[in-house]
Design a protein around this ligand. Structure first.
Ligand code: FMN
Length: 223
């Protein structure tokens, strides 16, 4: 085995893995503001993300209007109800979960993806969904940086994208993919909240990877 000569010092490496494993999707927040300098660092971290063909397809809207926040909350509640109906027998259980912290969080951000369409070909010719993948990289950067700064972030995807796009006046080629609740928290959950609430058990890596060819017995093939 050859060790890379470019590696960080031990404590820095440890910090990277620590933040990855201690990041949580947060839905409980303290009613405290996020310092502007911290917010700027987090946004810069998001903007440092990789993107297909360096297209930087993320668009970020900071919501500072209390009225808009209220209307976004209403959109999330509408979709929460529709999701519960679509879940049939698990609908009631779903409604008992806390799935957003839109009203309580210190900062609310809406992230949109600009569709590269025919303008962006590099890397997108066969995989146009790399627009979304790039934007998810930006969100993950923000998420990890927030955890390192001691702030929680929750990714909320329960909304009708067209209704949210209309509410915020998005152009036709930009589609919202995330409402991000960011802010101070009392404490971070020790494990994914959906696992703590027994909604779903996380699966081990060994069940989700294989070598060379997809084996017939790899679980998840039929899911
Ligand atoms: C694309 C995406 C959308 C998500 N949407 C929601 C959501 O609408 N509401 C919610 O409570 N959590 C949402 N989550 C958070 C997941 O439930 C969470 O990441 C998962 O349960 C694992 O927990 P952890 O992030 O704490 O490790 C979303 C996560 C991702 C990556």
């Amino acid at each position: 085995m050859t060790e890379s000569k470019h590696h960080y010092d031990e404590r820095s490496i440890e910090a990277v893995y620590r933040v990855i494993h201690e990041r949580r999707d947060m839905r409980h927040f303290l009613p405290l503001p996020v310092q502007p300098a911290v917010l700027q660092r987090l946004l810069d971290a998001a903007h440092a993300a990789p993107s297909v063909g360096l297209s930087q397809p993320w668009r970020i809207v900071r919501i500072t209007s209390a009225e808009l926040r209220e209307r976004i909350y209403d959109l999330v509640q509408q979709e929460r109800q529709r999701t519960a109906e679509a879940l049939d027998e698990r609908g009631a259980e779903f409604l008992r979960l806390k799935v957003e912290g839109v009203k309580e969080c210190g900062e609310l951000l809406v992230v949109g993806v600009r569709d590269g369409g025919t303008r962006e070909i590099f890397g997108r010719r066969t995989l146009p969904e790399t627009d979304v993948a790039s934007t998810a990289c930006a969100i993950q950067n923000l998420w990890l940086a927030a955890r390192a700064e001691g702030l929680g972030l929750g990714w909320v995807s329960l909304f009708d994208p067209q209704a949210l796009a209309d509410l915020l006046g998005f152009p036709r080629d930009v589609r919202p993919i995330a409402v991000l609740c960011l802010g101070h928290v009392e404490q971070f959950y020790a494990a994914p909240m959906l696992a703590l609430e027994r909604w779903r058990e996380p699966r081990p890596l060994s069940e989700l990877m294989c070598e060379n060819h997809w084996p017939a017995e790899l679980p998840g093939a039929a899911e």
